[in-house]
Write a protein that binds this ligand. Structure first.
Ligand code: SF4
Ligand code: SF4
Length: 319
């Protein structure tokens, strides 16, 4: 059963990779460059592919959350197979009233925050591409009371539920934009084509903590991110007011102390492409598989537990 299901997922993933390649083959798509990092492919990582015990554990965790996993997977598929529905000559400009209505609609669907930015090729994963330069970033909160009691089956289920529901919202908003004459490509929460936390930071929705996740003022690290690449030019150019969080991290290190796999580096590593990394993904994967998706760094982060303004006031008083 486990091996059959693994084979099924690999086959489906291969179909997705072929479609992603079709985007990269399009003449006008924005392509990854030599500085782009590879995407983590959960099912194809060494620790899963070559380790049967790990594979069994991961698959059994997924089977436990089968409906949400399949729906999230379908959402990813939909984001790719609908790309031919884009207008040939997409609109670019929008009135303030249009943006306001769009945001109201997005919040009515259940998002927690929305922001705007543009994408640089190095933020697109190696060998991948996206159709539009403008990016709408949306987030969805994950329930604090469930995460706090985790990691357990319930907290793992919440992760898959959020992937599923946020992916659906990204697809609905993409369809909405296309109907209004804009070009749009949905980037669901699962299996993204670009580095979402960095796009969230660029869109001023928060700042990236040492655990590599976006920390937002309302929900700390308790959220998932999805994006919409679009022809709609709505880039905002104000300064991100949350970057002080990076300083805070240097005197906190709570996620590092509590990470069961010692997967978080003490110092963020600056890579040759200028991007920073703070996580050893192989070590993190081990805990993800063996401990219901882990997420300990999310729940231990003070910003997930305590009021943002209180933390900021206390931090500024000390520094
Ligand atoms: S998810 Fe778990 S293993 Fe991975 S970095 Fe966070 S605490 Fe560490
Ligand atoms: S736990 Fe502390 S060090 Fe880690 S990301 Fe959160 S604030 Fe930063």
């Amino acid at each position: 059963m486990v091996n059959k299901f693994y084979k099924f997922i690999i086959e489906k993933s291969n179909g997705r990779f072929i479609r992603e390649q079709e985007i990269a083959d399009k003449r006008n798509s924005i392509k990854a460059n030599v500085d782009s990092p590879p995407r983590i492919e959960l099912m194809l990582q060494k620790g899963v592919k070559e380790n049967e015990a790990n594979r069994k554990k991961l698959i059994s965790g997924i089977l436990h959350n089968f409906p949400n996993f399949i729906m999230a997977f379908k959402g990813v598929n939909k984001s790719i197979v609908t790309l031919n529905q884009n207008p040939l000559l997409p609109k670019k400009r929008a009135t303030e009233a249009f943006i306001k209505n769009f945001e109201q609609y997005a919040f009515s669907l259940g998002i927690s925050a929305i922001g705007y930015t543009t994408i640089q090729p190095k933020l697109i994963f190696k060998d991948k591409a996206v159709l539009y330069r403008n990016v709408i970033v949306i987030t969805k909160e994950m329930d604090k009371s469930i995460l706090e009691k985790g990691p357990n089956n319930k907290s793992f289920k919440l992760v898959w539920q959020t992937y599923d529901s946020l992916g659906k919202i990204a697809n609905i908003l993409t369809e909405y934009l296309r109907k209004q004459g804009y070009g749009a490509q949905s980037g669901p929460a699962m299996s993204g084509l670009s580095i979402y936390p960095l796009l969230g930071e660029q869109a001023s929705l928060g700042a990236i903590g040492k655990h590599g996740l976006l920390i937002s003022p309302k929900y700390g690290a308790r959220q998932r991110i999805a994006v919409i690449y679009t022809s709609l030019d709505c880039n905002q150019t104000f300064e991100n007011p949350h970057l002080w969080i990076k300083e805070f991290c240097n005197s906190c290190n709570k996620c590092i102390r509590n990470c069961p796999s010692q997967a978080i580096y003490q110092q963020r590593l600056k890579q040759s492409n200028g991007l920073e990394t703070s996580i050893d993904s192989d070590k993190c994967l081990e805990s993800f598989i063996n401990n219901h998706g882990c997420s300990i760094c999310i729940t231990e982060c003070p910003f997930s537990l305590t009021d943002y303004d209180k933390l900021k006031t206390a931090f500024l008083r000390k520094n």
